[in-house]
Design a binder for this molecule. Structure first.
Ligand code: PEP
Ligand code: MG
Length: 846
């Protein structure tokens, strides 16, 4: 590479010998940063106050570059404290933990007035491609070697990957039927990252760092492939044992998933068979139903990302911010999906978030930025190059993951520059069409005009891609993986899409279309019958009616909940309005959402839960202090009482919605508060409600509390005097009663809400409420378990609110039961000694 202005000035000006310290052993990250800052202060590069700025930076950005190198630097606004550019290097042979699971051996502290340090960063990112040379610098004793490595800018030889292993190793033959895809690979990465040791996976000549998701996926491992997993470093033996345990533990799950998928495939496809054979494009079934209409081929949206270089530090800031905001959105999506649909459906979002932690991907983007490209361009290139590598592996699982990678990449791109947001409504013909596309991101799918799209067929993607999941949620017939043939169809070609068999039948004759219409009519009649059953009340055989609500957070989810048989919304988790975005929604935005919920419910009851932030639901943009034990900290009502601006904005929006809804809609609104422990909290929250209600001259609405803490259950008789209703959050009540973190990877499975101790707390709550004529609902996960719902009914609970898709089975179970038998079963459950004994009563309780 030709030397440039940066390389020319660097060795003498930036990397002076007095700025290098070898063999340092700081006690931790903060000390390391201070030590490096001290070198810069002593060399006259920075004001002493810049050290604090560097530490502040750590709280808002990740300065770990990857591969043992960290690049701490100060806040952008403090650049005035830099007297002249300089770079201090602290070599820490023993390593220090920079972030959990990330160990830094070279701390490269940057003080830059301009882009003068660009050459060092360029050099660093290049060195990262030569792991052996970089690692040698962690312990080198001659400062000249370190200075030369960072100072010279000769091109490195591109590392070929000789298939060598680290000191400890084991062999394994891939026995995951669908190979190593993102979900198990994420578990591998998590295990590997928990160890300080270097761990790698080798397949033939290809070697991947076990801590890098994309690198692992790029191995393209299929069932039957032999790999060597090896490790080196302090805890190598233990680390390898843990890796082996994770890798082999996943086999059973992978085999079960594959068997379930195969069984599904073997099940007779209840799709449509054309009366006369028709030419067809085969694909994979993604969402059932038949669509008849002309096709419309959407040309692949070529995202044109301009290359607009910005100063490197600014580019790094923007990339970091975009990555953390996207991570935050994905975490919110995973949390919401886990609460609504269960952890396995949420896993894909967790895997997506893991892609963003991939140091190779981020390093590649940084390298491109260091080479002088714009941040959006560099990120886009890094994603495209990596996705192209995955897509080229001729492995359908990985090809689908390439689509996932592009989708996550697009989310980040839109954060870097909102003008690059794609997925706006595509140009569609006026008459309804079957939309054909290369692939559709969830945002593309969500933006579709449903009046004009009657079916979806994509050339790429898999049945678990978001497009498929979203199409099923929207009830839109869809097929995926139709291949290139799809894209070659002429616009307007008449077709019949069968989402059940995954085929696009082309150019049907009149008789075929008539037959397909008759099929659709039969299916609609069958569905209507099913829905009518869901619409029946959950009345026991002896006439006791339970109210069945849905846990729904957004107005557009209400219709699905009602179609499943919901009679109300018993829990709207409003924190997700905050979690899914990078800032807090304004009072007006919140008002619109609450009004939207009331309107969609057409007078049916709506219980809105005030913000439940804290615990597992962290909102970075609220800048809450770090807590050692967030589940036992400032969470739910405790936070609302400490952050009046959050509480009051929300209450104003709610009371305005109640007022504007008038008697019909507004009268249906109730407000409840999460994580109540003490009477004083209830009194303070009620007082805030009353003050805001009076200011707005709004109608009074029922005010309830969640019973999620054992203290609240035990004192239910006291609290009931001051509230209009209770809703038991069994997820938290179980966690606090059994002292099991609800997210704990090993223990969470033991946190059974049907544990007799939890049932006794529920019974206490009902008794306390009854003393003051209050009603009790349950909105935790156990309400959606048919047996759990039966026991809760027997315990005297009056309302159950659950994930919409659980409603039909719960209603069926209650309709087939007698209240008297349920009361008996509940009494027996209270007397049981263990959760297993309670579960064993299933079958008697009806
Ligand atoms: C619960 O704790 O049971 C509950 C419904 O609240 P969340 O799951 O949102 O904490
Ligand atoms: Mg809770």
């Amino acid at each position: 590479m030709a030397p440039d202005a940066n390389t020319a000035i660097m060795p003498t000006d930036l990397l002076r010998p007095d700025l290098l310290r070898l063999n340092a052993s700081p006690a931790g990250k903060e000390e390391a940063i201070r030590e490096a800052a001290q070198l810069l202060i002593a060399a006259g590069c920075i004001d002493p106050a810049y050290a604090a700025s560097m530490l502040r930076r750590e709280a808002v950005a990740n300065t770990f570059l990857g591969h043992g190198v960290a690049i701490p630097h100060g806040m952008v606004e403090d650049r005035g404290m830099v007297r002249r550019s300089g770079i201090a290097v602290l070599q820490v042979p023993g390593g220090i933990e920079w972030n959990p699971g990330q160990t830094a051996h070279l701390v490269v502290a940057i003080a830059a007035q301009s882009d003068a340090h660009i050459a060092v960063l360029r050099r660093l990112t290049r060195l990262m491609q030569d792991e052996a040379r970089l690692t040698a610098l962690f312990t080198v004793t001659d400062p000249a070697i370190l200075a030369a490595a960072l100072g010279e800018d000769a091109p490195l030889t591109t590392p070929t990957t000789p298939g060598s292993d680290l000191t400890e190793r084991f062999d394994w033959v891939v026995d995951y039927p669908t190979g190593l895809h993102a979900r198990p690979a994420t578990a591998w990465v998590e295990t590997a990252r928990a160890s300080a040791a270097r761990i790698q996976v080798r397949h033939g000549d290809l070697v991947a760092d076990a801590k890098a998701l994309v690198a692992l996926l790029q191995l393209g491992l299929r069932a039957g492939d032999s790999v060597v997993v090896s490790a080196e470093g302090e805890d190598a033996v233990a680390a390898l044992a843990r890796m082996k345990a994770t890798i082999t533990r996943l086999t059973a799950r992978e085999k079960a998933d594959a068997a379930a998928a195969a069984q599904k495939a073997r099940a007779p496809a209840r799709g449509w068979t054309p009366p006369t054979p028709l030419p067809a494009v085969p694909g994979i079934a993604a969402s059932p139903g038949l669509a008849i209409g002309p096709v419309h081929v959407l040309p692949r949206a070529a995202v044109s990302v301009p290359d607009e270089p910005v100063p490197l530090i600014e580019g790094g800031d923007r990339l970091h911010e975009a990555l953390s905001l996207t991570r935050q959105t994905l975490k919110a999506l995973a949390d919401d999906t886990a609460r609504r649909l269960g952890p396995s459906e949420a896993a894909i979002f967790t895997a997506h978030a893991e892609i963003l932690n991939d140091t190779d991907l981020v390093t590649l983007a940084c390298q491109l930025m260091v080479e002088g490209h714009g941040v959006a361009w560099s990120w886009h290139q890094a994603v495209e190059r990596t996705a192209a590598g995955l897509a080229a592996l001729a492995n359908p699982v990985l090809a689908a993951r390439a689509a996932d990678l592009r989708d996550v990449g697009q989310r980040v791109l839109a954060r870097i520059d909102p003008a690059l947001r794609t997925g706006g409504a595509p140009d569609l013909p006026d008459t309804p069409c079957i939309l054909i596309a290369e692939d559709l991101s969830p945002s593309d799918t969500a933006a579709l005009d449903m009046a004009r799209v009657i079916g979806l067929a994509t050339a790429q993607g898999g049945p678990t891609s978001h497009t498929a999941i979203l199409a099923r949620t929207l009830g839109l017939p869809a097929m995926v993986a139709g291949g290139a043939a799809l894209m070659e169809l002429a616009n307007g070609t008449p077709a019949i899409l069968d989402g059940q068999t995954g085929r696009l039948h082309l150019s049907p004759a009149e008789a075929d279309t008539a037959d397909a219409r008759a099929w659709i009519a039969r299916e609609e009649a069958r569905k209507a019958e099913e829905e009518a059953r869901r619409g029946l009340p959950a009345r026991t055989r002896d006439g006791h009616a339970m109210e069945i609500g849905a846990n729904v957070n957004r107005p557009d989810q209400v219709a699905v909940a009602l179609s499943q048989g919901a009679e109300s919304v018993g829990l709207m988790r409003t924190e997700f309005l905050f979690l899914e975005r990078g800032d807090a929604p304004s009072e007006d935005e919140q008002y619109e959402t609450y009004r939207g919920m009331l309107t969609a419910l057409e007078g049916r009851p709506l219980i809105v839960r005030a913000l439940d932030i804290g615990g597992d639901k962290q909102v970075p943009h609220l800048q809450l202090p770090h807590e050692e034990n967030p589940f036992l900290g400032v969470r739910g009502a405790r936070l609302l009482l400490r952050r009046p601006e959050l509480l009051e904005t929300q209450l104003r929006a709610l009371y305005r919605a109640a007022k504007d809804g008038g008697a019909k809609d507004g009268g249906a609104l109730s407000i409840m508060f999460p994580m109540i422990t003490a009477l004083g909290e209830v009194q303070a929250l009620r007082a805030a409600c009353e003050r805001i209600r009076a200011e707005l001259d709004a109608p009074a609405v029922p005010l309830g509390i969640m019973v999620e803490v054992p203290a609240a259950a035990i004192q239910a008789d006291v609290l009931a005097r001051h509230v209009d209703f209770f809703s038991i959050g069994t997820n938290d009540l179980t966690q606090y009663a059994l002292a099991i973190d609800r997210q704990h990877p090993e223990l969470a499975a033991e946190a059974d809400s049907l544990h007799p101790a939890v049932l006794r707390l529920i019974r206490l709550t009902v008794e306390g409420a009854e003393r003051h004529g209050r009603w009790v609902g349950v909105c935790g996960g156990i309400a959606g378990d048919p047996f759990g719902a039966a026991l809760l009914t027997g315990l005297g609970v009056r309302e159950l609110s659950m994930t919409p898709r659980d409603i039909p089975a719960v209603k069926d179970r209650l309709r087939g039961s007698d209240l008297s038998a349920l009361k008996d079963a509940a009494q027996r459950a209270l007397d049981c000694e263990t959760a297993d004994a309670v579960r064993a009563l299933d079958g008697d309780a009806s």
